[in-house]
Design a protein around this ligand. Structure first.
Ligand SMILES: CC(=O)[C@@H](O)[C@H](O)COP(=O)(O)O
Ligand SMILES: NCC(=O)COP(=O)(O)O
Length: 261
């Protein structure tokens, strides 16, 4: 079995959907999404994630140019990651706003939040030309996947540069046994992704993770996947920020992810 390469620190991308949700309660421009994203990046986070949904219930399509410009002009080393289902409108939004990474998620418009990864047997044929279009524009493609060892190879066939583990089933368990079983599934899927790097010409698939991650459930996840490249975290870090402020909340997550912060 291919061993994890190293236990390098995992990068932190902060999802600002929840901040936009709060702003949208009123017809006022605060909390200001750009100012919050700036504070997050100044505190040391490595990137900003947004998941615009078709009803614009949190991220508005008009937020994307502002965030893209903030990163390009003030934090050129940071990563902008846009998540979503690849409708024609979403594809155009991504191409216009040129993030470093697009994470394709199989959510239907009415879904309240993400709750599963791609079914590559059903959707791989549709996804490949979409991935090729993004890659031709210089945008890295990541697919949201369930913990299933068959999926990394299928994701790669569908054009993936990376996969993002859907960590809800791991994070949301309440018994240690069930948590351990979910973690073992993620670990087996990570092993399968690493194997792709040894299978010949195909490059290794790097691994991201996200959904319901917290300072409490991250350490075991990192121990299971020492080469986890990036996590995107929104709901829990925003909850922490309400108590601590974003700069201190970001620094707490950075410490848990192996960074000196
Ligand atoms: C893909 C994923 O797990 C996150 O993007 C999550 O779904 C955030 O979306 P909401 O903020 O709309 O719940
Ligand atoms: N890709 C996952 C993400 O961006 C944030 O998910 P959550 O922390 O809000 O559950």
């Amino acid at each position: 079995m291919t061993q994890p390469v190293s236990s390098r620190p995992t990068l932190l991308s902060v999802n600002v959907n929840a901040v936009a949700y709060l702003r949208n309660r009123r017809e006022v421009p605060w909390p200001n999404l750009t100012d919050i994203a700036r504070a997050i990046l100044q505190a040391g986070a490595h990137g900003i994630t947004v998941h615009p949904r078709p009803d614009e219930r949190h991220i508005r399509f008009s937020d994307l140019p502002d965030l893209s410009r903030l990163i390009a002009e003030e934090f050129p080393q940071a990563e902008f990651n846009i998540e979503g289902y690849p409708t024609r409108h979403f594809i155009d939004l991504v191409l216009e706003n040129k993030p470093h990474q697009v994470t394709l998620v199989p959510d239907t418009p009415e879904q309240s939040t993400s709750d599963h990864g791609w079914d590559f047997a059903a959707d791989g044929g549709m996804l490949l030309p979409v991935a090729q279009q993004f890659k031709a524009a210089g945008i890295r493609v990541s697919y949201f996947v369930d913990a299933n060892p068959a999926d990394p190879a299928l994701a790669q066939q569908a054009g993936a540069d990376r996969i993002e583990f859907y960590t809800g089933p791991y994070a949301d368990q309440t018994s240690p046994d069930a948590t351990g079983r979910e973690l073992a599934r993620i670990k087996a899927t990570a092993d399968a992704a690493r194997q792709l790097g040894t299978a010949g010409a195909s490059p290794a698939l790097m691994m991201n993770a996200g959904h319901d991650l917290t300072v409490d459930n991250l350490p075991a996840l990192r121990q299971a996947i020492p080469d986890l490249a990036e996590v995107s975290i929104g709901h829990a870090i925003t909850a922490d920020a309400l108590m601590l402020g974003f700069p201190e909340a970001v620094r707490r997550y950075l410490r848990v992810l192996g960074h000196a912060a």
